[in-house]
Every structure is written in C-alpha cells, then in structure tokens.
Design a protein around this ligand. Structure first.
Ligand code: ADP
Ligand code: ZN
Ligand code: ZN
Length: 723
C-alpha cells in the first residue's frame, strides 16, 4: 500500500505537522502535488510532502499507526504545483517565520491555485480541430475546412466567419471541439535602448555591481540620481544572456512612472504582478513566467514567489519600504526571500534606496553587502530645505500653515509651477472632544480615538473601519458642544483652498483613492498640469517624478516621532527625505519647507539636510543603547482574544517560561490597544543570536496544541515596527 504525508490547514488547531492518508489504486502523487482529504467531517486540500510504500494493508497500517488511516479523496494536480525550489522555499520560510508550512505554501501561490480554493479554474478557450474533410458538402463547409487545414482555430473565430458553422461540422463528424487553458500572448525579447547617454556615475555603478563578488549589493543613491536606469541596464544585460529578472517595487499604484518606464523599455518581455490585479489576471501573469513567455517581472511583494527557473537578477527598489514585510502570517520579509532565492539561482540581489534601512546599511559598511553609491542627482542639485518652527508660528496665530510656506505657494501659483503638500493623516480632524467634560470619542471596538470626516459628517475608526454619525451628544455628560482637534488632509485642503481660492487642488489619500484607478486618475491629472497643488498622505511621497514641481511642503513633520516604536525616527527621516525628493527634479531648482514643532530633533534636522550618513551614525547610537536592531534581533509574540483573561493568562505564562532562557531577554507582556474587539498582550524577545531566538519560539510552538479560535497567537520574527 502507498501512503502520503500531507500538509493541511487544520480548521481548529494551530499545528504544523503532516497528516497521513492512503492512496487508492491508480492514484499518483508526488511532493508538491495537491490532494483533497477528509478531516473532521469535511474535505480539505493539502500539499503532499512525501509518498511511502509498504507491504501492509490499510487495517494493518492503521493498527500500527494507532489511528484510522483514511483514503485520499482526490489528487488535484498531475504535475507538482510547486517545483523543488519553491517547495524548499516554503519549508525554509515556515522555519524562518515560525509559521505553519501550509500557510507559506498558500501565500506563495496566486489565489486561483491556492489549495483551499474551490473557485472555478482558469479561463478555458474552445478550439475546432479537423477530423474528416471528405464529409464536407456545402460550399460553406468546404471553406471552413480550408481554414482548418492550416491548423486549429478558435471556435468563436470560426463562427464569426461562418455563422453557426461549428455545430454543423461537429454534427457531421467533419470536426471536433476541444478546450484548452487560455494563454496570454507569446513574444520575443523586445528591448529598447535608453535615449540618453549614461552618466559617468551610472557607468561606474554598473561596473562595480558586475564586478563585485558579493551576492547582495546595496545601491545607495539620492532621489533622482538615476537608480532606475541602473536597474534597467542590468536587467537588459541579463535578459540578453537568456536569464530572468525580477524587479520588486513597494506599491505599483504609487509608482506608476517607474512601471511605465519599464514597460517602455522592455515592451512585451515584461509581466506586471501586484495586488490590484484580479485573480484571473494574476494567474495569467504567473503562467507567463512559468511558460517562459516573459523575461522580466515587475511586481510587489508576492511577485518574489513567481515560478522562475533561471533567475539572473533580483532588484528590490526602495528596500526600506515597510510594504516588503507581510503583516499577516507568514510574516516574511520580501528581502530575505529574495536573497534566499538568489542563492539558489546563483544571481545577485540589488537593494536600492536613498534611505536604506539601518540593517542593510550596517551590513554594507561591514562589507557583508557591496556598497555602491550614486552621489549626485541627474538634473539638479538637491532642493534647498528649510525648517519652519511651528511653535513660534503659533504665537503669530498661524496654526496650520506658516507664513513662509504660504508665501512660497503663492509664488508657485504666480509662476505656474506645481507644489506638493504632505500631511500624513487623513480625515478632517483627528479627535472629537467634549468641551464640557473632556471626553474623547473612541471606537467601540478599538482603544483608538475616532477621526472626524467632515465631508460625510461621520466619525471613522482608521483601524477597524467602524463609522458613526458625528451628530451626537456626549455619552458621559449629554453636552453637544464639541471641540475638533488635530489636522487631517480634508481640513488642510479646506484651509489651502480658502487661502488660495483660484488654486486647483487635488487631494490624494485613502478616502479619495478608494475606487478602482483612483490613484491613477489623480496622478495623471496632476501630471497633465490640471492642478497646481497635490495634497495628500505618504502616498505622494514615493517615486513621483514631475519636473514642474518646485515646492514641497511637509506638515506636522514630527508627528510620527511621538510613537513609542523603535523605528519611528527612521520612518520619519525616510518620509521627509523621500517627500523632499519630489521637488526640483526638472530644470528648475526645488525647495522644501518642513513644518515641525520640534525643529531640534536630529531626525528632522538631518532629514532637512538629506544627510543620510550622519543620520545613520546618530541612530545607530540610539539603537545600540536600546539593544535594538541591527545590534540585536527581535521576536514579538502577541496573544489576541475577545476574552481578556485568556489572552493575559497565556501571555504571562509564556513570558515566565521564556524568562528562564538566558540566551535572550524577555520583555513584557505589555498590553496593546484593543482593536477589532480583541484584547492584545505582547511579549518581545531580544537576543544577539537570531537562530537561537527562532529555535526557542519553535520549541514552544511545537509543544503546544492550542485552539486558535480562543486565543490567536501572532508570531513576528524581525518585526518591522513595535508600536
Ligand atoms: P532614481 O530612481 O534614483 O530616483 P531615476 O532613475 O528616476 O532616479 O532618474 C531621475 C530622472 O533622470 C528620470 O527622469 C530619468 O529619466 C532621468 N535620467 C536617468 N538617467 C539619465 C541619464 N543618464 N541622462 C539623462 N537623464 C537621465
Ligand atoms: Zn461630555
Ligand atoms: Zn475600531
């Protein structure tokens, strides 16, 4: 008898182990193939890990195993859906992130191919094939036969030429209809040249990258220094050698120009893969790679799992971006997966950024990575930046916009140049507070203040999405005298419009971009010059390249510093530098005005000077003292439950156990803000040895069998933020 060991997702228990099932006669399975199996009264889909042969009968085997071994219901795939490399990648990722292997396999595949999916399979196309031409009688039939002699034809095409012909041909036995999976069009390598000469610094960078003996390159280049061109040159080289290239970007809708430049350069040789595609589109892009119909993939995080078999290069653009870390299980970092895959394919990984993470920069200066720099901008020098002290502006009665920034916006309007204004907070105001008793309206499901949205007259929770009418009396004292505090993009929009009634302003935040292509419409309008001012949240800070923008204004630049998270200064620095980089990219010089309450903070001061290296030195000091990455490794474990006692007890028990292990420090549990009606307790482990941390978490995880419906456990190795 043959049995298979199968990874499945258990509906109730959180487990990471295989279950054994017997194969019926005639069933064929191998590693990486999906099967349907019975479990607790239902059928579930899983991945075959291994197949074993033995001389026992099902009864004997069951007796030996100590439980009733059941039959596989159905083998889904003829060929493994994950090849050997991807299968190993899934196991490795499970280990690294301390998550069930089945969760890894699931997140590696587009949803049409995920094991749980029972949705309709891919799109089928119907073709007509010639069987017997001698049976054709009418002129029409003979004409159709002539066409079919040259090869099979799509049924819809044939019927377009001769209405209703296919049914007749079938009936008379002249031809038959068969279906096959729809394929996206095939095309040859199609690469254009750049229409400008590379700069000396770009040439030097490419040379250094090619000659380096390191597997990972950190390309540290100012915003607008020509990094994208370097990626494209390297990519073209590799494609011409017949190898595949993966270019990872943080978020496609926010970097439309990057994508259109790639498409212009690489024509039909490119596939685009991101979360806004629907299931069918994703599946098609996946198949394009699998069938070698494209050489280059530009995509977001999950594109790192595409079925390449001959990768020559991986680029991670804006490597500091937090979207590279998945925030649900398995909590992998795209960079780690990219580096792991590159090792398998013997290819290089290029990490590019103007503001690399401290982790990557530290590795580069320790010579673990090769450091390659682009020190100058292509067209202009960096914009000149000015810090504006809002404390003193407030004394002059300017609460939202300083007089200097106001004057600069006026100048741009007069000169027909464009401005970008960044405020990283949506809504109208951030807090609604009772003037009489001081109560702040909080979300009933989260311990978070509700934001006021004036255009809809609603309060919204930005964590769970709960909405309520803003027409209310104070639940504590019955007063209806409210104070609206804090600044959001809606209110900023209103203020700017009042000050400059003639200005055409576009607002871009999660509220205005909700509908499909929302981002694209706003950015296109701005690009065409249909607006003078683009105002928005961090969405507007990324790769935009508009030559007519000569002013960037940043509001509440230090707001993020108030968070307790260890990375908050780094995030603030990145945001200011990236946003500033949008100014002065064309032939006119750019300026940046940064409004802050604490203008002496090193994060703000150094960001204004675009001085990454000094920032790195300062920040490393702080990380060193606080035992934070890159000096120490972190693991965060949270226990979430609607039942506060359960979450708390479990977290405390766990923390006490972990504290016995002296290889690392155990902090907490600390209580986090409730969200989605769940209470949260979190433990943080800090240690110098990452493998030890992972092992300790695994030892515990393997030893427990807990009911995931009562307490949810979230494990995050190398958490990106800890707020
Ligand atoms: P980064 O990716 O570092 O922000 P980009 O590659 O976007 O920089 O380059 C900034 C601008 O300069 C783009 O508009 C790009 O088309 C242009 N550019 C890049 N390389 C050159 C070059 N060698 N000569 C002229 N223009 C260039
Ligand atoms: Zn009140
Ligand atoms: Zn909420």
């Amino acid at each position: 008898m043959r049995v298979v060991n199968v990874w499945i997702e258990h509906p109730v228990m959180d487990l990471n182990r295989t279950f054994t099932y017997a194969l019926k006669d005639g069933m064929n399975a191998s590693r990486g193939v999906r099967v349907t199996v019975p479990l607790s009264g239902q059928f579930v889909t899983g991945f075959v890990d291994s197949v074993e042969e033995n001389d026992l009968s099902l009864e004997e085997y069951s007796e030996k195993a100590g439980y009733e071994v059941r039959y596989v219901d159905k083998v889904i795939d003829e060929e493994p859906i994950l090849n050997a490399e991807l299968y190993e990648l899934g196991l490795w990722m499970g280990h690294e992130t301390v998550s069930p292997n089945i969760a890894c396999f699931q997140s590696m595949l587009p949803s049409k191919m995920k094991p749980r999916s029972n949705r309709k399979a891919s799109v089928q196309e119907y073709y007509v094939r010639l069987l017997d031409e001698t049976k054709a009688t009418s002129e029409k039939q003979k004409a159709a036969v002539e066409i079919l002699k040259n090869g099979d034809v799509l049924r819809s095409e044939l019927n377009k030429a001769f209405t209703g012909i296919t049914a007749i041909l079938e009936k008379k036995g002249i031809a038959e209809v068969y279906s096959k999976e729809k394929e996206a069009g095939y095309s040859e390598l199609d690469i254009r040249e750049a229409d400008y000469e590379l700069t000396e610094q770009q040439k030097a960078a490419i040379k250094k990258i090619n000659e380096s003996d390191k597997d990972v390159i950190l390309l540290h280049g100012l915003t607008g220094s020509g990094k994208t061109e370097v990626y494209m040159q390297l990519a073209a080289q590799k494609c011409r050698e017949g190898r595949q290239v993966l270019i990872l970007v943080p978020e496609i809708s926010l970097t439309p120009q990057m994508v259109s430049r790639m498409v212009n350069r690489f024509g039909h040789s490119i596939a685009i893969y991101h979360s806004k595609l629907n299931d069918q589109q994703r599946y098609e892009q996946y198949q394009l790679v699998r069938n070698h119909q494209v050489s280059i993939v530009v995509g977001t995080r999950s594109a790192v799992f595409m079925p390449f078999d001959n990768l020559g290069l991986i680029v991670l653009d804006e490597e500091h971006d937090h979207s590279y870390k998945q925030d649900s299980s398995p909590r992998y970092h795209c960079r780690d997966v990219a580096i792991h895959r590159a090792q398998h394919h013997h290819c290089k990984v290029v990490l590019g950024s103007a503001t690399p993470t401290l982790e990557s920069y530290a590795r580069a200066i320790k010579n673990v990575y090769e450091l390659v720099e682009l020190k100058n901008r292509i067209h202009q020098n960096l914009p000149s930046s000015h810090l504006v002290d809002m404390q003193s502006e407030m004394r002059k009665g300017n609460y939202i916009i300083s007089s200097v920034l106001e004057k600069e916006i006026r100048k741009r309007l007069d000169n027909h140049q464009q401005s970008i204004l960044l405020l990283n907070r949506r809504g109208y105001t951030t807090i609604m507070k009772c003037r009489k008793c001081g109560k702040v309206i909080q979300c009933p499901h989260c311990d978070i203040a509700m934001s006021y949205h004036k255009d809809e007259n609603k309060l919204k929770c930005h964590t769970c999405g709960t909405e309520m009418s803003a027409d209310m009396v104070c639940p504590d004292c019955g007063s209806n005298n409210w104070l609206h505090q804090g600044l959001g993009t809606q209110r900023l929009y209103e203020t700017i419009q009042e000050k400059f009634p003639e200005a055409r302003i576009l607002r871009m935040d999660a509220d205005t971009t909700r509908k499909k292509n929302g981002h694209q419409e706003i950015l296109e309008a701005f690009e065409k010059g249909e607006a003078d001012i683009l105002l928005g949240t961090q969405m507007i800070a990324k790769g935009l390249d508009y030559p007519n923008v000569t002013l960037v204004g940043i509001f509440n630049a230090d707001a993020l510093l108030g968070r307790t998270d260890y990375r908050s200064v780094e995030v603030t620095f990145d945001l200011i530098v990236q946003a500033s980089g949008r100014s002065g990219r064309g032939h006119s010089a750019g300026e940046v005005y940064i409004q802050a309450y604490d203008t002496h903070h090193y994060g703000i001061r150094l960001a204004a000077r675009q001085d990454y290296k000094s920032f790195f030195q300062y920040e490393m000091e702080y990380r060193h003292v606080g035992d934070y990455p890159p000096y120490k490794y972190l693991a965060a474990i949270s226990f979430n439950s609607r039942n506060e006692e359960k979450a708390k007890t479990m977290a405390w028990q766990r923390a006490d156990e972990f504290r016995k292990n002296e290889q690392f420090k155990t902090l907490g549990p600390s209580q986090l803000a409730r969200s989605f009606d769940e209470y949260k307790y979190r433990i943080v482990l800090k240690g110098a040895n990452r493998d030890q941390l992972i092992e300790a978490v695994w030892n515990w995880y393997d030893s427990i069998q807990f009911n995931k419906q009562q307490v949810k456990i979230q494990i995050d190795i190398d958490p990106y933020v800890l707020d």
